[in-house]
Structure formats: structure tokens, C-alpha cells
Design a protein around this ligand. Structure first.
Ligand SMILES: Cc1cc2nc3c(=O)[nH]c(=O)nc-3n(C[C@H](O)[C@H](O)[C@H](O)COP(=O)(O)OP(=O)(O)OC[C@H]3O[C@@H](n4cnc5c(N)ncnc54)[C@H](O)[C@@H]3O)c2cc1C
Ligand code: SF4
Length: 571
């Protein structure tokens, strides 16, 4: 009997465990497995295999029962996820439904989640910009949060590395605030986007309009073909899962690559409950898992643990990992765990029309989505009464209208030959928010979910800085639209709950000082050296750029360090 137990524990022992199989977990898994470590990837959701498990990928609009709209009853039962722009019939199966995974909103927070192999990498909008020293030096310069323990130079080689593998399209724009990368050809701006670029850049020396950078294979390289991926076909049906592997997802890219090494074991339906800590060893020794379906409890063991459950769930797992040594959550000597959570302020848009260039129209689709205006506010000096700044999206499209009043051939003809109208133009803001101790997540003392995990309480809100920044965005973009001669300008001060930006970050922040942060410059826990956090939870501040490319770079860099340290016997 004793032998069976020993064998059983041996069967459940790996070199490394990765919690979560989304964007960051996929990268951790690939890097660990490639370095020869027997790696167990634990994923709470079901398995989703590339192509095979994309049930809607080739459906025509009329093949959806509700023409791709979500039925009223579903929206009524799931108000939070229904507010996400991508929650439609074609991708609803990749989103967490509100009812199935409740949490407590002490303040409104739209928590958008994807619980399956691949996580939200199947759903993301694939916008990928590097962060720069204007971001990494921000907290020190502007006196908030704590100083980042790294600078751009530390991350640059790892951005290069992950970009080459993932496939990032973009132009080399030469902007220090938005460093260039290892780009595939960009998806070009259309004629009105180019017109706006020329108008803006002629009038304002510090403002740029560039082609959006995105994780699409615009020109496949051998490394993409080796992954079984090929050129993006510009279908823009990406959220369904792409049979071409045209965009980067864990399912199309990092996970199959890790599997090919023979070193990765992927275990779906494995809800990580907590990380097991051995006080004598001063190390984490494994994780406790609850089987999603049977609710059976199983422990797995490893020398190295990477936590990649996505920012808020990573906080939840660490807060729930309590021991005599860490009664308030694993590694929480600083008392900062769960605090300083921040997000991106996406709460305003602006629209207009352009009555010129009417002899042009666009043909085909742009998977990158159009243009990007990098942050220009408070970049070189403090020039407003709010801290930090915002980036903005910009796109233009030719409006069209088909008369649907007729019947038979008339109707068919007017649908096939719509009348073209003015150009529509639009922009959305992407503002940096300031991490604060008062924006936090915590565990509820009484209520638990179906897997015995305490329910998470979320207490996150905008502040005065965000309101001032939003007004500046609307005033500034309105002026830029006027300068370009756009008409019928409409400001959309929409207010949306934090969370709907889907860029939540922090709670397990990096920093130089163990008294005020959880992780060191290698994303390694100050207090538990064999635990690494490389998803959004580790972010000290939020920048204005989309964050996922930075999680990829951190994951790859951190694994490289961890494995070297392990080989030296330091872990
Ligand atoms: C519609 C949409 C558009 C977006 N657009 C962009 C964009 O343009 N650019 C950008 O940078 N980002 C974008 N994002 C955000 C991006 O998807 C996330 O930043 C990214 O996926 C985070 O990676 P991650 O590995 O931290 O988390 P995820 O990809 O969410 O993966 C986390 C995984 O961990 C699993 N997990 C959670 N808890 C547990 C547990 N207890 N046990 C085991 N497993 C667990 C989850 O099931 C999930 O599979 C978008 C997201 C959405 C939904
Ligand atoms: S646009 Fe490209 S990445 Fe998106 S579904 Fe089409 S081929 Fe795939």
C-alpha cells in the first residue's frame, strides 16, 4: 500500500507547474517544455483543440439561429458578459457566463473571462504594442505606485523573441514612446485614415497616427509555417478561432509547440484551489486542484510554479493559499497582495463624418482595425492637471445604405448595390489609470463557489484623475476632428464599469522593495523564490498600451531566469 502511495505521488510530480493556459500560461509552458522541464499545465476550463473545437469558424451569417445576435433571455441572465462587444452567437461558447461563476461587486466591475484551454487568447482583439521607458519610468517620475524594478532595455530582447514567434504586423514608426519591433508588414491605413494622419501630423508635432500593430501573420515566416500556421486571410472572424492560425492564440501557437517537445502534460478541467507551501523548506511544493466535473481533490507537486491564471484569478489563488507562515496569502509579507489593482480607462469615444474623398471606398477587411494614436499627453513634461495620458484608436469606414423596402428582384438588387454615403470616422480612448491601495480584490469570509473557493470581492473604481483625463481626450480629439474638417462630431461620454476594458492588472506587483511589493525584477516572489507570476497581476502600473504582448515577454524572460537558477541549485 505504501508503495502505491509513493508511486501515486511520483506520478503527480513534475519539474514545473503552470496555472492557466491563456496568453501568458501558453508562453510559460512553451518555454519550460523547450528547456526540457516536465511541465504540467493546469487549466480550469474544458479542452479546446485548435481547429477541431472551433464549431462556428466557417458558418455563414444565416446559419446562426439568431443571425449572430444573443437572444434577449441570455442577455438578461448575463448582463455583465453581454456588455462585451464580442459576446455574440459566434463566440459566446468561449466566454464565462455571469451565472456560472459569480463574484461580489462592492463597486461595479465587469469581469470578462474565458475559462477554457487557451483562455482569452481565442477572443482577444490582438492589438500588440510594446511598452517603453515612458511607461517603466512613469511611477518614479510622477510619484505613484512604486518604481518598476526593470526598464525597457531589460525587456527588449524578450519582446524581439516573442514577436518573431507570435507574428506581429506593424510599421517601424521610430517613436521612442512606442518602440518598434520585429514586424511583419503592417495592414495599411485606408485613404481617410491616411488623410487624418497627414492633417494631425502637420498641425501637431508631437501627435502621430500610425497603422495599428497586431498579432496577425501578414506574411508568414518559416517559424510560423513550422507552427502549422499560415497567412491571415482577412476574414475578421477571429473571435471564432481561426482555422488558418492567422492570429496568435495559445491554441494555435504556444501550446501545440510545447506539446511537440513531449515534455508538456495539459490537464483541462483542473481548478487550482491553492498553492501548497512547506514552511520547513521555505518553498511552495505544489498545488491543490479540484476536478471541475467530479469535484475530486488532487495535489500535484513541482519544484517550480508559474501562476498565469489571468490577473484577478491569480490574485484569488494567491489570497486563497494560506499557511501558518502566510496567513494572508502566499508571499504576502508586504500586505500588498490584492491591492493596487488598475485597469484601462476606455470610457469615452468620439464619432464624426467626412464628406471628402468620396471617389474612394475600401475593399476587403483590415484585421488590425485601422489606426493608432500613441500617447502624447504629459509625455516629456507634465502639461495638464491630471497624471499620465491616453492612447487612442482611430478608424474610418465608408458608410453605405441599402433600401430594404422592396420585394423580389428589386430587394435583391438594392441589397447587392448599396448606396455609398459619407465616410464615418471614430476614435476610442485608452487611458492609463493610477494604481491605488483602495482599488483592491479580497476574499469573502463566508461565501464559496462550487469548487470550494471563496468568492472574490471586487472593489475597484475610477477617480478624479480618470475624469479629467476623459474630458481632455474628448476635447482634444474633437479639436483634431475639427482640424481635419470632419462634420457631425458626436462625443460619446459612455461611462463603462472598470473591467470591460479587459486589461485589469496588478495586485501582485513587481518592485525592488519586499516591504512594498510582491515580486522582484524577475517576476519571482520575494518571499517564495520558486513561485513566479507573469500575467497582468504582476504589473506595477498600466501604461496606455494593450498589455498582453508584455505578459508574453515577461513570461519568456522569467522562465529563462527560473530555469537557469534551478540548474544552479538556487531554486
Ligand atoms: C474581447 C477581448 C479583446 C481583447 N483585446 C485585447 C487586445 O487587443 N490586446 C491585448 O493586449 N489584450 C486584449 N485582451 C486581453 C487579453 O485577452 C488578456 O490580456 C490576456 O488573455 C491575458 O492573458 P492571461 O494568460 O493572463 O489570461 P487568459 O488568457 O485569460 O488565461 C488565463 C487562463 O487561466 C485559467 N484559470 C483561471 N483560474 C484558474 C484556476 N483557478 N485554475 C486553473 N486555471 C485557471 C483560465 O481558465 C484561462 O484559461 C482582450 C480580451 C478580450 C476578451
Ligand atoms: S482575419 Fe485572419 S486571423 Fe482572423 S479569422 Fe480571418 S484569417 Fe484568421
Amino acid at each position: 500500500m505504501a508503495n502505491i502511495n509513493i508511486d501515486s505521488r511520483k506520478d503527480r510530480t513534475y519539474d514545473a507547474i503552470v496555472i492557466g493556459s491563456g496568453i501568458s500560461g501558453g508562453w510559460s509552458a512553451k518555454e519550460l517544455a523547450e528547456r526540457g522541464l516536465k511541465t504540467l499545465v493546469l487549466e480550469r476550463g474544458r479542452d479546446v483543440q485548435h481547429v477541431k473545437d472551433y464549431p462556428t469558424t466557417n458558418l455563414y451569417p444565416w446559419e446562426f439561429e439568431h443571425r449572430n445576435e444573443m437572444p434577449y433571455k441570455v442577455r438578461e441572465e448575463n448582463p455583465i458578459v453581454s456588455r462585451c462587444y464580442a459576446f455574440h452567437e459566434d463566440a459566446a461558447h468561449f466566454f464565462v457566463k455571469d451565472k456560472e461563476h459569480p463574484y461580489i461587486q462592492e463597486k461595479p466591475f465587469d469581469w470578462i473571462r474565458g475559462y477554457q484551454v487557451g483562455g482569452k487568447s481565442l477572443l482577444w482583439a490582438r492589438q500588440t504594442q510594446r511598452w517603453s521607458d515612458f511607461d517603466f519610468e512613469g511611477p518614479l517620475r510622477d510619484g505613484f505606485a512604486v518604481d518598476w524594478p526593470i526598464r525597457y532595455a531589460d525587456l527588449k530582447p524578450w519582446y524581439d523573441y516573442v514577436e518573431r514567434f507570435a507574428g506581429i504586423s506593424g510599421d517601424r514608426d521610430g517613436l521612442p514612446e512606442l518602440p518598434d519591433g520585429e514586424f511583419l508588414p503592417a495592414y495599411p491605413l485606408n485613404v481617410v485614415e491616411k488623410y487624418f494622419k497627414q492633417k494631425v501630423e502637420a498641425k501637431y508635432s508631437s501627435r502621430k497616427v500610425i497603422a495599428a500593430r497586431c498579432a496577425h501573420i501578414s506574411k508568414p515566416q518559416p517559424i510560423h509555417i513550422q507552427q502549422g500556421r499560415t497567412q491571415c486571410q482577412n476574414r475578421t472572424l477571429c473571435q471564432r478561432g481561426c482555422p488558418f492560425g492567422g492570429y496568435f492564440s495559445s491554441n494555435a501557437s504556444t501550446l501545440p509547440w510545447a506539446a511537440k517537445t513531449g515534455n508538456m502534460t495539459l490537464r483541462p478541467d483542473a481548478v487550482v484551489h491553492s498553492i501548497l507551501y512547506d514552511g520547513d523548506k521555505g518553498r511552495a511544493i505544489g498545488v491543490k486542484v479540484i476536478d471541475r466535473n467530479t469535484k475530486e481533490e488532487i495535489d500535484f507537486y513541482a519544484k517550480l510554479i508559474f501562476v498565469n491564471a489571468a490577473a484577478i484569478n491569480t490574485n484569488l489563488i494567491l489570497l486563497n493559499s494560506r499557511s501558518d507562515r502566510f496567513p494572508n496569502g502566499l508571499g504576502n509579507d508586504s500586505g500588498t497582495l490584492g491591492k493596487y489593482v488598475a485597469f484601462h480607462n476606455y470610457s469615452a469615444r468620439i464619432y464624426g463624418e467626412y464628406e471628402g474623398l468620396l471617389d474612394f471606398k475600401t475593399v476587403g477587411r483590415n484585421p488590425a482595425g485601422g489606426g493608432y494614436i500613441p500617447r502624447f499627453r504629459n509625455l516629456h513634461r507634465q502639461e495638464t492637471d491630471f497624471l499620465r495620458g491616453y492612447a487612442a484608436g482611430f478608424s474610418a469606414w465608408r458608410s453605405s445604405h441599402a433600401d430594404r423596402s422592396g420585394f423580389g428582384d428589386d430587394l435583391k438588387n438594392s441589397l447587392l448595390n448599396p448606396q455609398l454615403g459619407n465616410w464615418g470616422v471614430g476614435s476610442h480612448m485608452m487611458g492609463e489609470t493610477i494604481p491605488k491601495a483602495s482599488n483592491y480584490v479580497a476574499l469573502d469570509a463566508q461565501q464559496k463557489d462550487d469548487w470550494g473557493m471563496p468568492l472574490l470581492k471586487v472593489h475597484i473604481d475610477y477617480d478624479d484623475n480618470d475624469e479629467k483625463m476623459k474630458k481632455d481626450y474628448l476635447d482634444t480629439l474633437e479639436e483634431m476632428f475639427q482640424e481635419a474638417g470632419f462634420t457631425n462630431i458626436r462625443r460619446d461620454d459612455r461611462w463603462q464599469a472598470p473591467g470591460l476594458d479587459i486589461h485589469e492588472m496588478g495586485g501582485v506587483r513587481m518592485g525592488n522593495d519586499p516591504k512594498t511589493s510582491m515580486l522582484n525584477k524577475w517576476n519571482q516572489m520575494h518571499a517564495v523564490p520558486n513561485v513566479f507570476v507573469t500575467d497582468g497581476a504582476s504589473m506595477t502600473s498600466t501604461s496606455t498600451q494593450n498589455p498582453s504582448l508584455t505578459y508574453m515577454a515577461f513570461s519568456a524572460r522569467s522562465v529563462d531566469y527560473a530555469v537557469k537558477e534551478m540548474k544552479k541549485g538556487n531554486i
